[in-house]
Design a protein. Structure first.
Length: 264
């Protein structure tokens, strides 16, 4: 395997820092928005993080031509999706668990048949008690079963796993045990903050966040996890969701340190 590439959420602050030679990411991580892609690719290659969710009954609404176009015109090495669920599914129902697993497998198989020449990766979503649609979709045993049955690789979001383990009251390693870390393709890193009673991600790294990031890097270096093709720092970005937590000084400070940590 070649060198892991370090990616960063594109933002105007981050773009300016690249132009000023203050930071040096290998890739911009961008949503599938043509305007942002056009701007971002002037300073670094771009790869797309698709908003594809399987298992929630909306799979048929995907724009396959748009997805194919982005795969062909950017540096996107694999097709990502998120493992979702309808909100009415109950965690304690064996029938719902079986139904969700069946839906995931069917949707993942459809994506594989539609894009046979691109590796498919699925991301673990976080468990939030206030969001019922995440109750089953964050179940690591179901995630592991779906990926194993379909041969789908893993996009592991460390922050999502930390949130799930904390809200479920279990140790992170126990939560992660069913996940196929040997098929890791992409790793997402962010900091966490306690907001309105729950832990949320997409913040800068502080204290324990750095400890978990270092631990993840060690798991890869020792071979406990597969070396991913991309490690993405999901801090900053564009639009209302990210603009209020995009600090130029923090990007300048944290990107070089995090890139060095995952330089392998």
């Amino acid at each position: 395997m070649g060198k892991t590439r370090f990616a960063l959420n594109y933002s105007t602050h981050a773009g300016d820092l690249v132009i000023e030679s203050k930071i040096d990411p290998d890739l911009w991580k961008c949503p599938g928005w043509q305007g942002i892609i056009h701007t971002a690719e002037k300073t670094r290659p771009v790869y797309i993080h698709f908003e594809i969710e399987v298992g929630n009954g909306k799979f048929s609404q995907l724009d396959y031509e748009k997805i194919a176009s982005f795969l062909a015109t950017t540096q996107t090495p694999h097709l990502n999706c998120h493992l979702g669920a309808p909100p009415e599914m109950r965690n304690g129902s064996q029938r719902d668990r079986a139904q969700l697993l069946k839906a995931w497998v069917a949707d993942l198989d459809r994506l594989k048949k539609r894009f046979p020449n691109v590796a498919l990766i699925a991301e673990n979503l976080p468990y939030f008690p206030i969001y019922p649609q995440y109750t089953l979709s964050s179940d690591s045993k179901l995630i592991g079963a779906a990926l194993k049955e379909t041969g789908t690789d893993l996009l592991f979001d460390l922050s999502h796993a930390r949130i799930s383990a904390t809200h479920l009251g279990v140790e992170l390693q126990a939560y992660m045990e069913p996940l196929p870390m040997e098929s890791l393709r992409e790793l997402h890193i962010t900091g966490l903050k306690h907001v309105h009673g729950y832990w949320h991600d997409h913040f800068e790294l502080v204290g324990q966040d750095w400890e978990f990031a270092s631990w993840a890097a060690d798991q890869i270096k020792t071979g406990a996890w597969r070396q991913p093709e991309i490690v993405a720092f999901e801090y900053g970005g564009v639009g209302d969701v990210f603009s209020w937590r995009t600090d130029r000084a923090l990007i300048e400070e944290q990107v070089p340190r995090l890139k060095d940590l995952f330089d392998f």
